[in-house]
Design a protein around this ligand. Structure first.
Ligand code: 26M
Length: 803
């Protein structure tokens, strides 16, 4: 289709239609006369993914070094609208479908989100895939094909209720099942020690249980390029040879005979819904090993096709670890090289550390992955031995550099000793990688001075780098905000800014142009109406598009301080109650909008949701996800990025809001700091204490050296008086501020977190335009280029037609 379309632009529409009708009839086996919008969506998707496999052959021919992005999460959202735009087929597709009696928007709306991620980390992986494809990198994403994505959130009586996300129930046209690509993965069992031919000790892992990993490829089309890359997702199946436990079956115990089968399928059944907390469940560890085992077998099979020596492996392969979740890849590659390929330990270790890089996404202690030694020993006995050996050789080097420093050895050991032995995955990832990066400047500095400070002393600072996060402007502006995208392209005379986001600076000279301001704010207004419709449909609440929209949408977590936000809403409400009608007339009408999921086991976060829903006149949009984010973000006047300084590693929605012409209220945390640097502090509503003041402030709060903010006290009194329903509902939440010591410094920051103005509309428009214009740095294209992955293919673009 693509080839035809490009070769013969004149027949675009009819080529699309031919392909569409053909898929309706053969792929969907339906007659054209009874197809609904959903079948229309399926046929459109199938038409698009035909001929998407040329890039791999191209890279194989060029024999390039490949980059592998390993992530337990990819939060992709919908694909149809994105694919059509990235391939430059917007006009063609809408016309083709229109003539056939469909509307492209309606068809797009039929698709379910692929929600194989929790939040920021998973969405970053998705944005990176878009950039890697767009920049023609020879890249692969690797992940897990969960049967259930992140749960769907319903709100019942103000409380969050989780509903399973069985997203594959009507099939998935974007995946290509590769039954020919499968590997077996072992768990449990024993390690046998033996001797090889030369008399050297050798180890082999056997027994236990084995499951099969089957590949599903999801193609990712780049923007304005013919190249598509793949995300390869693994699904667990029972091993072909043991589909049935025949013994049990013959004894008439059918139940037991399918047990093994179910155990195998369980592995990739569900995405763990934790965000920034660690779930210490064995099944999660199984997922992680299943993932890295299948992925490394696949990478090595591809490498072996070129018949190179192992010493060449690091010239052919770079692996980026998205947080510690795939860190078992380090001991697994050691096991493959030493036990299976017969390489020496030192040679193997040299290869491993040249191949891996590691991205850290958090400093929160509760999110740091630690696995009990007992659990790893049982599930992965050989890996536990290898981890011990890695640790031993590492600590010997530390001892050589800092003789006799026992405390340092204990601090730096991969094994934490008390209260029981645990493996510190972040240390293993640092030791097994050549480069470690944080995700925003403040965060990268913070990890150097806190959790990894001993490692900076040991390795030197250059191993620890910063790669500030970014977002793809294709999805987060061009697709989510088509009207603004069109306005920008009109002003800048083309779409070049979509791949060179710095070009947005060209808008600055129009910032004072009244007509442009009007057009800019007009788009905002239309987006606000679009969001008002979504809120009407999902919340049964009518909101006024003339009011200022004040938005906080993100996972619910104490460090993100949705609690502080809603308390400040109550404070303003109590203020209004005291005001005279004349004073009230002077205030700016505001609609406060929240959205976000709480981890199902996070009691306090769920209580925050209930509190938000108990404050009338505040909107809580249920089931915040990629698709409704695409409607919410472009409609925001102002959004809240108000984490306690030093806790939000970067944040990425902050970038999305500003790029869409929203202003932000924020603390000096994460990427907010760099946004302020780019757009100017005067264009942001900045408040709250700085990261370096947090320790002192916490100390004073905990030991009650500072009293509670009086305004906050007033708000809590209203809560206690039952002003928002039974106080019993919220008592433990309020306790976090008092007996809990207010760890996230809500009282400390409360005074300064209150009002942001909307009075001078001209000034607002100007600030909005200039801010968006200065967001060039935050394209994920820039992040990807900085990550310094294997050089991309300079010839790739030549063969491609301009879109
Ligand atoms: C860990 C163990 C077991 C189960 C789940 C997890 C887990 C899953 C996701 C832990 C953390 C997870 O995500 C953390 C995350 O999303 N971090 C965010 O990463 C973004 C991209 O770098 C940053 O912008 C955010 O600031 C950071 O919070």
């Amino acid at each position: 289709l693509w080839t035809k379309l490009c070769a013969n632009k004149g027949s675009d529409v009819s080529t699309v239609q031919q392909s569409f009708v053909q898929h309706v009839q053969s792929t969907l086996a339906r007659t054209y006369f009874n197809i609904d919008n959903f079948a229309g969506y399926q046929a459109a998707a199938h038409s698009l993914i035909t001929h998407w496999d040329e890039t791999q052959q191209h890279h194989t021919k060029l024999d390039v070094k490949r980059v592998y992005y390993l992530s337990l999460e990819f939060l992709m959202g919908r694909s149809l609208g994105n694919a059509v735009l990235n391939m430059g087929l917007q006009g063609t597709f809408s016309e083709a479908l229109k003539q056939l009696g469909f509307s492209l928007e309606d068809v797009i709306d039929e698709e379910r989100d692929a929600a194989l991620g929790n939040g920021g980390l998973g969405r970053l992986a998705a944005c990176f895939m878009d950039s890697l494809a767009t920049l023609d990198y020879p890249a692969w994403g690797y992940g897990l094909r969960y049967t259930y994505g992140i749960f769907q959130q319903k709100i019942l009586n103000g409380y969050q209720v989780e509903v399973p996300d069985y997203w594959l129930s009507f099939g998935n046209p974007w995946e290509v099942e590769r039954l020919d690509v499968s590997y077996s993965v072992r768990f449990y069992g024993q390690v046998a020690k033996g001797k090889d031919a030369s008399g050297k000790s050798s180890y082999s892992w056997h027994g236990g249980e084995e499951v099969e990993a089957v590949a599903y490829d999801v193609p990712i089309p780049g923007f304005g390029t013919k190249s598509t890359i793949n995300i390869r997702l693994w699904s667990s199946k029972p091993l072909r040879s043991c589909y049935f436990d025949l013994h049990s079956f013959n004894e008439g115990n059918y139940q037991k005979s399918v047990e093994l089968q179910q155990r195998a399928e369980q592995i990739t059944s569900v995405l763990y819904p934790n965000d920034n907390t660690m779930a210490g469940k064995e099944l999660r560890l199984k997922q992680q090993y299943f993932f890295v085992s299948a992925t490394l077998q696949d990478i090595i099979r591809r490498f072996k096709k070129s018949k190179r020596a192992w010493s060449e492996f690091p010239n052919q392969v770079a692996i980026q670890l998205n947080d510690t979740h795939p860190t078992l890849g380090i001991p697994e590659l050691m096991r493959i090289l030493v036990d299976l390929e017969g390489l020496e330990w030192d040679e193997s270790w040299d290869i491993v550390t040249k191949v891996y890089s590691f991205t850290n996404h958090t400093v929160l202690p509760e999110a740091m992955e630690k696995w009990p030694v007992s659990m790893i020993s049982n599930l992965l006995p050989r890996h536990m031995q290898i981890i011990y050996d890695i640790n031993l050789f590492f600590l010997q080097k530390v001892e050589a550099l800092f003789p006799g420093d026992r405390a340092r050895l204990a601090r730096m050991s991969i094994i934490e000793e008390s209260p029981y032995q645990q493996v510190r995955m972040a240390f293993l990832a640092v030791i097994g990688s050549h480069t470690v990066n944080g995700v925003a400047a403040i965060h990268s500095n913070l990890i150097k001075s806190t959790i990894f400070s001993d490692f900076v002393e040991f390795y030197g600072a250059s191993k620890f780098q910063n790669k500030t996060n970014g977002i793809t402007p294709r999805r987060w502006l061009h697709q989510a905000n088509p009207k603004l995208s069109a306005l920008i392209s009109e002003k800048l005379g083309g779409q070049g800014w979509l791949t060179q986001l710095d070009k947005l600076e060209g808008l600055i000279k129009f910032a004072d142009d009244e007509n442009f301001q009007k057009a800019w704010m007009d788009v905002k207004k239309q987006n606000k109406i679009r969001l008002a419709e979504l809120i009407r449909d999902t919340c049964k609440v009518i909101i006024n598009p003339e009011a200022m929209y004040d938005v906080q949408v993100k996972r619910i977590h104490e460090y993100k301080r949705q609690f502080m936000n809603i308390l400040s809403v109550v404070h303003r409400y109590l203020d209004l109650k005291r005001m005279s009608p004349a004073e009230i007339k002077e205030t700016v009408p505001r609609v406060v909008i929240f959205g976000g999921k709480a981890a199902p086991g996070y009691y306090i976060a769920k209580m925050v949701i209930k509190l938000i829903n108990s404050v009338a006149e505040v909107v809580f949009i249920p089931d915040y996800n990629i698709s409704n984010a695409e409607v919410i973000i472009p409609a925001s006047d102002i959004s809240e990025h108000i984490s306690t300084a030093g806790t939000e590693a970067s944040g990425t929605s902050n970038m999305k809001f500003v790029l869409n012409g929203g202003l932000i209220i924020g603390t000096m945390d994460g990427a907010n700091i760099e946004i302020a640097e780019e757009i100017g502090q005067d264009k942001m509503f900045i408040f709250g204490c700085l990261a370096e003041q947090v320790d002192d402030a916490r100390h004073n709060q905990k030991y009650r050296k500072t009293s509670m903010n009086p305004d906050l006290e007033g708000v809590l009194d209203a809560l206690k008086a039952g002003r928002f329903g039974d106080f019993e509902n919220f008592a433990p939440l309020v306790d976090t501020l008092t007996i809990g010591g207010d760890y996230y410094l809500i009282s400390h920051d409360f005074a300064s977190c209150t009002y942001a103005a909307y009075r001078d509309k001209k000034q607002w428009a100007r600030n909005s335009i200039i801010s968006a214009a200065k967001m060039g740095k935050f394209s994920s294209d820039r992040s990807i280029r900085e990550l310094d992955l294997p050089s991309h293919d300079p010839d790739a673009r030549q063969s491609r037609p301009a879109v």
